[in-house]
Design a protein around this ligand. Structure first.
Ligand code: FAD
Length: 495
């Protein structure tokens, strides 16, 4: 044909956190990767509150943890909620998870234009051929496989690129995702609309929780309050779809009115004016409907990030699901390209784990939106859904910290130290760390079942200490695969 064409091992469409992660994790294994993004970075995106699994797990594997740490993003130690039946705010701290040691028990509140650019530059550094201003219009496929993409660069003119795999990481507005599994399935339960903007200033929660995300419910929905810098706060209201017309008609007026109707947020904003610096000088609207796909891959193509699925933003799981899903996809791609394992098996593992993690958040969030409950009931549900953690509270923190999968790659190596501390510290100290909501120690943590579980956990950790790896990873499902030693591929489970 007349269309100029190039060859790669992998083509990634989209340079957000999902695209940068999968591209870097494949390039780190020495494969040739092309990444195309239609925009020029830095570019604006919403989704500013991150989880520890992303900043310590994924960023460490990609070799960008230190650079992210030096960027000066606001430290996020946990979350504070005015949520549910309890009229008083309650909070959790990532430090409550034994899988996070002190140096890693936090995440960041990031300006996404800067964070995403750091990840994309790092992809370039590890060898990805990153091209900005390049829009993908379609995939090239035959009956057997997807074989490449058609794209248009800044100079115009359609071009073609071919590869063993095309990764769709082009976000919620993806045009090519229907090539895998057809249309999206939308949740009937989570169909909200978000209107969000920025204030110059605003009050902070008392230290050390001044970097926490604060979420408060009110009659019409809930509002997030995310401190980004001393002088910059992200404030967004999430309301049900009945309010769509009013919100879309006059977003700025709707945003102001919603803030004024929520006393806790109004107090924090404390009259601070709307931010005047670009890109924070606009009030934006997005439908945050939750969706997923019946399939996440087909021979030659795989979906990651918002192109694959999205679940309600209240627990800040978007970037975690995007980067973790991308790591899982990179493992499948790497192991297939290496010829070590069969394609269907590798991608089956990717899809099962990705769905599982998405499912945890989805199921938990259904109960989290039952506002007649109090936080103890939410913690209980987290334990029931995840089956991790010694206590309900720990299960909740592991879930909202992005660690419920148990994937060792997501907890920093300091995890080893953390496990040791948890195993050797005496029970009372650990129990003493757990908050109580009404001045009494929560009986949940004093139950015999809790003590028994805690004891077994400690024994396991000590055994790990004495011989070999701290934890032999078990396959997620019978016959499933485990993570390779470098975290970038799959391996057959030891029998
Ligand atoms: P994106 O970051 O959207 O990147 C996709 C990229 O693909 C873009 O750069 C785009 O230019 C490019 N692209 C698109 N089409 C093409 C094409 N045809 N050709 C080439 N390139 C293309 N997540 C959190 O973690 N924390 C939060 O606090 C949070 N809050 C949220 C609040 C709201 C209201 C909403 C709606 C979401 C929130 N999220 C949050 C979710 C978060 O925004 C997303 O999950 C995350 O940005 C997904 O990353 P991604 O890499 O998949 O997609």
């Amino acid at each position: 044909s007349e269309t100029p064409s190039e060859e790669f091992d992998v083509i990634v469409v989209g340079g957000g956190p999902a695209g940068s992660t999968v591209a870097s994790a494949v390039a780190l294994r020495g494969h040739r990767v092309l990444l195309l993004d239609q925009q020029t970075f830095p570019r604006y995106q919403i989704g500013e509150s991150l989880l520890p699994s992303t900043v310590h797990g994924v960023c460490r594997i990609l070799g960008v943890e230190d650079e992210v740490a030096r960027a000066g993003f606001k430290l996020k130690r946990g979350g504070t909620f005015r949520w549910g039946r309890n009229r008083d705010p309650w909070q959790f701290s990532f430090a409550l998870s034994p899988r996070l040691s002190d140096p890693t028990s936090f995440a960041y509140q990031v300006e996404r234009n800067r964070f995403d650019a750091i990840l994309l530059d790092n992809a370039r550094r590890v060898g990805v051929d990153v091209r900005e201003g390049c829009r993908v219009s379609d995939v090239v496929a035959d009956e057997e496989r997807v074989r490449g993409v058609r794209w248009t660069g800044p100079g115009g003119g359609t071009r073609e690129a071919r590869a063993r795999y095309v990764v769709d990481a082009s976000g919620n507005t993806s045009r090519i995702h229907p090539h895998v599994g057809g249309k999206r399935t939308y949740s009937n339960f989570f169909r909200n609309i978000a209107v969000f903007g920025y204030v110059a200033g605003g009050r902070r929660l008392p230290k050390p929780n001044d970097g926490n995300i604060f979420c408060a419910t009110f009659d019409e929905g809930w509002i997030w309050y995310i401190p980004l810098r001393d002088e910059l706060t992200s404030v967004g209201a999430v309301v049900s779809r009945e309010h769509a017309a009013a919100v879309q008609g006059d977003p700025v007026a709707a945003w102001r009115r919603l803030i004024d109707s929520c006393p806790e947020i109004r107090d924090l904003v404390d009259g601070a004016p709307q931010a005047g610096e670009a890109p924070y000088d606009e009030v934006r609207v997005r439908k945050d409907w939750s969706y997923w796909k019946t399939r996440l891959w087909r021979p030659g193509m795989v979906l990651v990030g918002d192109a694959a699925c999205f679940v309600d933003p209240v627990l800040s799981s978007g970037v975690h699901l995007a980067t973790y899903g991308s790591l899982l996809a990179a493992r499948a791609i790497n192991s297939t390209l290496d010829g070590t394992l069969d394609e269907a098996r590798c991608f089956g593992e990717f899809e099962a784990r990705y769905r599982h993690e998405y499912g945890l958040f989805y199921e938990f969030l259904m109960s989290f939106y039952d506002l007649h409950q109090d936080e103890r009931s939410y913690f209980w549900k987290a334990r029931k859904v995840t089956n991790v953690g010694a206590t309900e509270l720990e299960a909740f923190v592991e879930l909202v910290g992005g660690l419920a999968s148990g994937d060792a790659a997501l907890a920093a190596p300091a995890e080893a130290g953390a496990r040791l501390t948890a195993a050797s510290s005496d029970l009372d100290r650990v129990v003493g760390r757990l908050p109580d909501s009404d001045g009494h120690r929560n009986p949940l943590y004093e139950s015999a079942a809790f003590r028994q579980t805690f004891h077994e956990g400690a024994v396991l950790q000590e055994r790990g200490l004495l011989g070999g790896p701290l934890e032999e990873e078990a396959p997620l499902r019978p016959g499933g695969l485990v993570t390779s030693e470098d975290g970038l591929g799959w391996a057959a489970a030891a029998t």
